[in-house]
Design a protein around this ligand. Structure first.
Ligand code: SAM
Length: 242
């Protein structure tokens, strides 16, 4: 059976209104109309099947037919924090892959060697990428992308995670066994400029384990996907154990 088209909406009751960009996409791109069934998501983890019952100039009205608990979210909370990169596409790539891999929290941060600056529009764009990626990979929620204007604030935001991993390009070895993780896990990846020694020391003082990803220097986006993938596999979230 073809997968129903999916839309994130707010305020789902017995009926629901689809408007804005989601309405434009449904009507003008997907050519959906009265009688078509779709899947609605309200970021609660539940998913709703609804049928379009009315199409107006700027909105659609849908009747909700059923509701079920989603089953695509990771069982373990994983956060991915990454140094905001100069190249917008690479930031979007990190967000998109983090969502597909199942992270539940995304933070873009500025640090000592950052050379790119965040804006409201750029952050809004990253949240749109998160939402679209969640729709595509059948997740029931999309993680909001947050911005932190310092590494210290980022590390403090992640203080409650049981495993705190700080990918450090100059770490001689890893201070955590990333192949045998259990419990909530935070991942921190530097920007193009990487981290200063002082930042690595601060991370250790805040309970983060320095993690080496080998003797080669990976691009930030490679490191983000590589470490998130290893963490997700280690937590049993990839493969048939997921
Ligand atoms: N400017 C740094 C340099 O020239 O050494 C490279 C930074 S690297 C492009 C961006 C981030 O990816 C790093 O801050 C780190 O978080 C992660 N990373 C890349 N290679 C790594 C490695 N071999 N081990 C641990 N982390 C790595």
């Amino acid at each position: 059976m073809a997968t129903l088209k999916r839309f994130f909406v707010e305020n789902i009751g017995e009926t629901c209104i689809l408007q804005g960009e989601e309405f434009e996409h449904a009507k003008n791109v997907l050519r959906l109309g009265v009688g078509d069934e779709v899947e609605l998501l309200d970021n609660s983890g539940k998913k709703y099947v609804a049928v379009i019952c009315e199409v107006q100039k700027r909105q659609m009205t849908l009747n909700v037919l059923s509701v079920a608990d989603g089953d695509k979210e990771a069982k373990t909370a994983v956060a991915l924090a990454f140094g905001y990169l100069k190249n917008a596409d690479k930031n979007e790539f990190i967000v998109q892959k983090g969502v597909e891999l199942g992270v539940q929290k995304l933070i873009a941060f500025s640090s000592n060697f950052s050379s790119a600056y965040m804006s409201e529009n750029k952050l809004e764009r990253l949240n749109k990428v998160s939402k679209e990626s969640a729709k595509q990979c059948l997740r029931d929620r999309y993680p909001a992308v947050e911005y932190a204007d310092s590494l210290a604030k980022t590390l403090d935001e992640l203080s409650e995670y049981e495993n705190k991993l700080f990918a450090c390009e100059f770490a001689e070895s890893s201070e955590a066994d990333i192949a045998a993780l259990q419990g909530s896990t935070a991942i921190v990846i530097g920007s193009e400029g990487g981290f200063s020694r002082e930042e690595a020391e601060m991370a250790e003082e805040k309970g983060f384990a320095l993690v080496s990803l080998g003797k080669r220097i990976l691009r930030a986006e490679t490191a983000a996907v590589a470490l998130t993938s290893v963490v997700m596999f280690s937590l049993g979230e990839l493969g048939d154990r997921g």
